[in-house]
Design a protein. Structure first.
Length: 259
């Protein structure tokens, strides 16, 4: 509507301008001039409409381009992120595969090692001082059987082995007294044993008439002279917590020697 009014006003003004510059024009000539002006104005309006349409289309295309460009940049950044993530995951997978392979190698090596450690522990118990012998050997046999169980993990088996070694290690730091049977030189006695760590093992009969020590070199019980009986009795009371700890005057035996 505004464009039409502007066109009418322009045509009217053009008519006045033509008449003023050419006062001698006839009405027909004036109308012809007006028609030309109106035709020119319509052509200008159509051209402007096309320009406006093209401008709107250009803006729409520009907005679409910007949107597509932003989407492409986002997609490119997202693709780079996925590529980095894929690279990191591949690295983790390779690391895990190496760890699995190493674990298999370790398993293949550690199982024979644990069996050899059990063999060494059994030999050690057999050659050690003969205290709680049956109990300790039975524990080693049970350990060997448990290490052969397929339902136990390698870690669980290794823990059992370390516990057995720790138990034997603890004997080296303790003093113990207990009663038990003794078979020596064809004679069965009821005696009290005294263990000083793994340094020495003694016995004394319940009537305190007989005493002896274990000779590592000969792997036999050696009788002690009666002069050591009182000191051994005192040491047994200390080991049983029946007397306060005191300096023990016991015969200490050199390997393969006499007290």
């Amino acid at each position: 509507m505004n464009s039409h009014r502007s066109t009418s006003v322009l045509a009217y003004l053009a008519c006045i301008a033509i008449w003023m510059t050419n006062p001698g024009l006839s009405a027909a000539e004036l109308q012809q001039s007006l028609d030309v002006v109106e035709s020119t104005n319509r052509s200008a309006e159509q051209s402007q409409s096309k320009i406006d349409a093209l401008s709107r289309e250009t803006r729409i295309l520009l907005e679409e381009y910007r949107s597509l460009k932003e989407s492409a940049e986002y997609q490119e950044a997202y693709t780079r992120e996925l590529e980095n993530l894929d690279t990191a995951q591949r690295g983790q997978i390779e690391s895990l595969n190496r760890q699995i392979a190493q674990a298999r190698i370790t398993r293949q090596r550690i199982l024979p090692l644990m069996r050899s450690m059990v063999d060494a522990l059994e030999k050690f118990v057999v050659l050690d001082l003969p205290f709680h012998q049956e109990e300790r050997i039975s524990a080693v046999i049970q350990l060997r059987q448990r290490l052969d169980r397929p339902d136990l993990s390698v870690a669980a088996r290794f823990r059992l082995l370390m516990e057995a070694y720790q138990l034997e290690q603890d004997y080296s730091r303790t003093v113990e007294a207990w009663r038990g049977p003794l078979h020596s030189d064809g004679e069965d006695l009821s005696v009290e044993y005294l263990r000083l760590g793994r340094a020495a093992l003694y016995y004394q009969s319940l009537d305190r008439e007989q005493s002896g020590y274990w000779d590592r070199a000969q792997q036999v019980w050696i009788p002690l002279e009666s002069t050591h009986g009182r000191a051994l009795s005192a040491a047994l009371r200390v080991a049983r917590n029946e007397a306060a700890p005191d300096l023990l005057q016991l015969p200490f035996l050199a390997t393969g020697g006499a007290p």
